[in-house]
Design a protein around this ligand. Sequence first.
Ligand SMILES: O=C(O)CCC(=O)C(=O)O
Ligand SMILES: [Mn+2]
Length: 204
Amino acid sequence: MTFVLPKGIRHIPAYLDRSEQVALVETIRSIVEEAPLYTPHMPRNGQPMSVRMTNCGTLGWYTDKAEGYRYISAHPVTSKPWPAIPLKLMEIWQEFSGVEKDPEACLINFYAPEAKMGLHADIDEKAFDCPVVSVSLGDDCLFRVGGLARKDKTQSFRLCSGDIVVIGGENRKAYHGVDRIYPNTSDLLKSGGRINLTLRRVNA
Ligand SMILES: O=C(O)CCC(=O)C(=O)O
Ligand SMILES: [Mn+2]
């Protein structure tokens, strides 16, 4: 099926080859040892998200019942600063972001086979002139992207291990989400599941 993505939104399939993916997973593993995955909770109702998260960078995205969505400069459990963003991800940002500013946050999402992420826009940053650049590793997922209003029509497509997605330009605040994971579609992660790495510039 051919389809045209909204302006500013790009899908680059199979950007990372297998050996690059293996190396990146190793790097993420060591980041997770230092900054363990946690379960974020929705503002107000305190519902746990199905995706587990951690971050690297000077800032990390976090949400809990009391204070909601925000960026914080230390891990919520260990209180240690987040590990640095690995060089490979900085290179990917430089190749795809189209901006001079460096990313400050790399949100690391881990999706177990049943996890998903509801339709949302990334709006907790101030630097809307910079895109969000994301890397997928492990099992395939069904990614959904729409327009600037929640009710706008959406299109869905499969993201595979090694794919890059850029959400920027006039559609930087486009709604998007992950409808489902396709279990056992990749053997990159020993216990299955999917990792998504989302690079963001936070401060203008
Ligand atoms: O997992 C993905 O591909 C998207 C993640 C995402 O939208 C987010 O972390 O805000
Ligand atoms: Mn998002």
